[in-house]
Design a binder for this molecule. Structure first.
Ligand code: T4K
Length: 377
C-alpha cells in the first residue's frame, strides 16, 4: 500500500482557487483586513449562523488574542487533553494553567471536577471541545456565572459541530477556531474568533460592532484605529487576502467535506465498533462534525502495538494528543489527572481526510482488529 497519511489538506480545483486569488491580485490589495477577508468572515458567519467572527492568522494567536481581550491574569482552568497550543497560549500570556481531569467518555474537561479547582486567583475556564465533540457547555456556563469567570472555548476542531442545531461557536463568551490546512475547513493558515457579546454595539471603522469584537479587531491589528490612532496595545494577528481567497473557495465545499467525513466514519464504525475499543461519547443533541477518528485502546501497549504495526505497512496513525499537557516540561503544578494520563497514552487517531476511499478504510480497520487480536492473544 502506498503511504496513507493521518490527514491531508482539502484541495479545491486549482482553477477556482486561482480565480479567487486573481480578485486580490487585480485589486492590488493583498492583506491588512481587505475585502476578501471581510467577505470570508461574512461567509463563515453565514455558514455557521454566527454573527461576530474575526479572522486571524492562526488558531494559536486566536487563543492568545482571546486571553488578551479579557485582560486575563492569574489562573486559568483548562484541560490536559488537547493540542499543545491550548496550554502554551495560557503560559505565553503570562497566566497559570490549572489542569482539571477529563471525562472518560467525551475526553473533554470533567465539569464535576472544575469547582474544586476554582480559587480567588481563577479568572477563566479555557476548555477544548476535543476532536470537535462539545464540552458540557450548560454546566460550564452555570459555574462561570456563579464564580464570575470568563469562558473561552478552544473550538479549533469544531467547524460544523452543532448543539441542538446551533453552532458550537455560539457558546461561552468566546470561541476560537483553527483554519489550518489539516483542519476540516481551512484557508492554509488561519484562525477565527467568535464572540458572544450582546451588549450595545459601538462604532468601529467598519460599522457598528459589539464592544468585544471591537477590542479583538484592534488587538489583531497593532491597536490601530485609523492610521494615527492606537487604541491600546496590539499585535499583528491579521490574515491575508490570499488566505481569505482559499478560504472562500473551500467554504463552497464545506457540506461536501462534512458529509465525506460521515461516510468515512460509517466505514470505520462498521468494522471497529464492538471490537473492544472505545470511542468518544456523543450526546443525542449534538451534531458532531466527525473531524477526527479517535480510538482508545485497552492499554498504551496495545495502542503502540497497533501504531507500530500500521506504521510498518505505511499507514500513519497519530498519537493525538500525547503527552498530557500537564506533563509539559514548563508546567510547575501538574495536578493529578489520571483519566487524561491514561487516555492520552492509549489513544490513536486513524487516517481521515477528504476522499479517503472506502476500500482503504476497510483495510486499515481490519488490520487494526488483527493487530489488537494479536496483542490480546
Ligand atoms: N487548539 C487545538 C485543539 C489544536 O488542535 C490546534 C492545532 C490549535 C489550537 C492551534 O491551531 P493553529 O495555530 O495550528 O491554527 C497539526 C496542525 O499543525 C495543527 O493545526 C493542529 N492543531 C494539530 C492537531 O495538528 P501536526 O503536527 O499534525 O502537523 P503535521 O505537519 O504532522 O501534519 C499532519 C499530517 O498532514 C501529516 O501526515 C502530513 C499531512 N500534511 C500536512 C500538511 C501541513 C499534508 O499532507 N499536507 C500539508 O500541507 O499538527
Amino acid at each position: 500500500m502506498s503511504k496513507i497519511l493521518v490527514t491531508k489538506p482539502f484541495q479545491a480545483p486549482y482553477e477556482e482557487v486561482s480565480a479567487e486569488i486573481q480578485r486580490a491580485w487585480d485589486a492590488q490589495w493583498l492583506t491588512n483586513n481587505g475585502p476578501l477577508l471581510n467577505e470570508f468572515e461574512e461567509k463563515l458567519n453565514g455558514f455557521l449562523g454566527t454573527s461576530d467572527c474575526s479572522i486571524v492568522s492562526n488558531g494559536t494567536i486566536a487563543i492568545q488574542v482571546a486571553i488578551k481581550a479579557f485582560n486575563l491574569s492569574g489562573e486559568i482552568i483548562t484541560t490536559p487533553f488537547s493540542y499543545v497550543a491550548t496550554t502554551s497560549s495560557i503560559v505565553w500570556e503570562g497566566c497559570t494553567p490549572v489542569f482539571v481531569d477529563i471525562d472518560p467518555f467525551t475526553f473533554n474537561i470533567d465539569v464535576d471536577k472544575i469547582e474544586a479547582a476554582i480559587t480567588e486567583k481563577t479568572s477563566a475556564i479555557l476548555a477544548t471541545h476535543v476532536f470537535g465533540v462539545p464540552c458540557n457547555v450548560d454546566a460550564i456556563a452555570k459555574l462561570a456565572d456563579q464564580y464570575k469567570l470568563k469562558v473561552i472555548y478552544d473550538a479549533a476542531h469544531c467547524f460544523g459541530t452543532e448543539i441542538n442545531g446551533k453552532s458550537v461557536m455560539s457558546f461561552g463568551h468566546l470561541s476560537t477556531l483553527s483554519l489550518h490546512a489539516t483542519k476540516l475547513m481551512h484557508c492554509v493558515e488561519g484562525g477565527a474568533i467568535f464572540v458572544n457579546d450582546h451588549s450595545p454595539k459601538v462604532d468601529s471603522l467598519s460599522g457598528k460592532v459589539s464592544p468585544l469584537r471591537y477590542r479583538i479587531d484592534r488587538l489583531r491589528n497593532f491597536g490601530h484605529y485609523g492610521p494615527e490612532i492606537f487604541d491600546g496595545v496590539g499585535i499583528n494577528a491579521k490574515n491575508s487576502e490570499i488566505h481569505a481567497a482559499i478560504g472562500i473557495v473551500n467554504l463552497r465545499y464545506a457540506q461536501e467535506i462534512i458529509a465525506d467525513r460521515a461516510r468515512q466514519h460509517d466505514v470505520y464504525n462498521s468494522i471497529l465498533l464492538g471490537s473492544g475499543l472505545k470511542f468518544p461519547h456523543i450526546e443525542d443533541n449534538v451534531q458532531w462534525n466527525k473531524s477526527y477518528y479517535p480510538v482508545v485502546f485497552q492499554s498504551e501497549q496495545e495502542a503502540l502495538h497497533v501504531y507500530n504495526g500500521l506504521g510498518n505497512e505505511n499507514i500513519i496513525a497519530r498519537r493525538y494528543f500525547y503527552p498530557a499537557l500537564n506533563t509539559l516540561s514548563y508546567i510547575e503544578e501538574q495536578g493529578d489527572t489520571p483519566v487524561a494520563s491514561e487516555i492520552s497514552k492509549s489513544i490513536l487517531c486513524l487516517p481521515l481526510y477528504f476522499g479517503l476511499e472506502n476500500e482503504i478504510i476497510t483495510q486499515i480497520s481490519h488490520r487494526v482488529v488483527e493487530l489488537c487480536d494479536e496483542f490480546r492473544s
